[in-house]
Design a protein around this ligand. Structure first.
Ligand code: NAD
Ligand code: 6OD
Length: 486
């Protein structure tokens, strides 16, 4: 059941405040709940609870017990799968078929993978001869960093929150989470799960609110927060990076992208179309790794554009519980206005609109929803704003290319460097291209295929740092060298 009052979760208790903001469902823009906004007082209480848990039961807990509790969390998320699904779809409007396949299972898997990781990860060891003819040994010992401030976006709310909270807790830290103001439900629901499985009070805290002069700013500027991990827009990441500089606190920033797909004429055509349709339109184009620029080798260009158009026009736009829905709404009216403004800019810049470019006709009860059409453009110069700037909607520009050098130069000519998808059957070319792309993640003949042991993060203005596998351990632990003279 979707609750209509969404509360902060501090020291194991649900906490209301005297300031509320609306929670809306993007399919109709209807208000479906009220969220208690955390002020300075609640953020202070959450950070104090997290510090106390660190020095108390959580900090003193043996690793094996911590791992058991994290595994129990996975079981309990799965027991309450339908509640998480309903909450996530109420906040985002995304198709249940998508959230049931990606958001909720990954929300659980993020705890399992990092519980396994901390159980099994080895430590480095060196032995050295000493001048007195004896020796010493050195080994690396990992301690938690402390209280981690976790600032989350709205596009994959549970998945991207637990992607941080899973490794943070596995490494013995405590957390204060600030979900996006658009998507507060699953973070709050996870508080119930924490209590149910017996995670000690204060280990997991949630404060709701906005960024500036609200919970986000209060949390990231709090001197008792020992490290900050953030996912969101690059502009916001820059503000958080400045806040983290006070007190020299570590930051991990996962930020915006303007990802290019590169399609060679020798590709598996059907796979390239399926992958590019998904990377442009899944989650209504609101995936940081999604493709907004597609470069297609000239002999394949016309056929590729025609197949993309057909695929986009086949997508059923609809509500979450319709099993045939292929695409839901954008997250909010504000974001709809932003995406539509880029649709207008594309027109002004002289784009050929292959398909879409507006708002779809919807039934009366959904007319105020945040809908846009899947949109494809061609014909723009590389300098066009819709080719340079992140839109974060269901749209892409498709351009032809003739040579590898040409396409590499175009694909890399952007301030962002998050991800790419390269489609070719030539394995040497695949390696050559992947190695020269200025990105954190290069997929070949696939997209969003994730092994959580691998490094994840962005180059250039797409991010600072890597998480995933042992790279998460680097961020969420303080690595100490212990040197013992024998
Ligand atoms: P956003 O930057 O607007 O908000 C993200 C979070 O930051 C929210 O919780 C927000 O309340 C908070 N925030 C805003 N201002 C703040 C401030 N001054 N201090 C502290 N907190 C503040 O991003 P969004 O609109 O929620 O998400 C979409 C963006 O996220 C896109 O740019 C997308 O590319 C990016 N993203 C990146 C990744 C990645 O892994 N690189 C993943 C998902 C989304
Ligand atoms: O799969 C992940 O771990 C991850 N961080 C995905 C990010 C998607 C961005 O929207």
């Amino acid at each position: 059941m979707v609750a209509d009052k969404i509360l902060n979760f501090i020291n194991g208790e649900f906490v209301a405040t005297d300031k509320w903001f609306d929670n809306r469902n993007p399919i109709s823009n209807a208000v479906i709940g009220q969220v208690a906004e955390a002020g300075k007082r609640e953020v202070d209480a959450a950070v104090a609870a997290a510090q106390a848990a660190l020095k108390g039961p959580w900090g003193k807990m043996p690793l094996a017990r911590r791992v058991e509790l994290l595994e129990a969390l996975v079981g309990e998320i799965n027991n309450r799968f339908d509640e998480f699904l309903e909450a996530e779809c109420a906040d985002t409007g995304k198709p249940q078929s998508l959230a049931a396949h990606i958001d909720i299972p990954r929300g659980a898997a993020n705890f399992k993978v990092f519980a396994d990781m901390v159980k099994n990860v080895p430590s480095e060891f060196f032995e050295m001869a000493t001048p007195d003819g004896k020796s010493c040994i050195n080994y690396g010992y990992r301690s938690p960093v402390g209280v981690i401030g976790v600032i989350c976006p709205w596009n994959l709310p549970l998945l991207l929150m637990t992607w941080k909270v899973g490794p943070a807790l596995a490494c013995g830290n405590t957390v204060v989470v600030k979900p996006s103001e658009e998507t507060p439900r699953t973070a709050a629901l996870l508080g119930e799960v924490m209590n149910k499985v017996g995670i000690p009070k204060g280990v997991y805290n949630v404060v709701h609110g906005f960024g500036p002069n609200s919970a986000g700013e209060f949390l990231t500027t709090h001197p008792q927060v020992n490290a900050i991990t953030f996912t969101g827009e690059t502009r916001t990441g820059e503000i958080i990076n400045k806040a983290a500089a006070i007190g020299s606190r570590p930051v991990s920033l996962e930020m915006g992208g303007k990802n290019a797909a590169i399609v060679f004429a020798d590709c598996d055509f059907d796979a390239a179309i399926e992958g590019t349709l998904r990377s442009a339109f899944v989650n209504c184009g609101q995936v940081c790794l999604g493709t907004e620029r597609v470069y297609v080798e000239r002999p394949l260009f016309e056929k590729f554009v025609a197949a993309m158009k057909a695929g986009a026009e086949k997508l059923k736009i609809g509500v979450p519980d319709d099993p045939y829905t292929g695409m839901g709404p954008l997250i909010s009216k504000e974001h709809q206005n932003k995406v539509l403004s880029y649709f207008a800019i594309a027109k002004e810049e002289g784009a050929t609109i292959v398909t879409g470019g507006g708002v779809p006709a919807m039934p009366a009860e959904l007319q105020d929803g945040c809908w846009v059409q899947p949109t494809i453009w061609t014909g723009l110069p590389e300098t066009a704003r819709v080719i340079k700037e992140e839109i974060f909607g269901p749209c892409c520009h498709i351009a032809p290319f003739d040579t590898e050098d040409e396409v590499l130069a175009k694909a890399n000519d952007n301030i962002y460097g998050l991800a790419t998808a390269i489609w070719t059957k030539d394995i040497s070319r695949a390696h050559r291209m992947a190695q020269q792309m200025e990105v954190g993640i290069a997929w070949v003949n696939s997209w969003f295929l994730r092994d959580l042991r691998t490094p994840f993060g962005g180059a250039k203005q797409s991010g600072i740092g890597r998480e995933g596998g042992v790279h998460s351990l680097e961020f969420y632990t303080e690595l100490k060298n212990v040197c013992i003279k024998l």
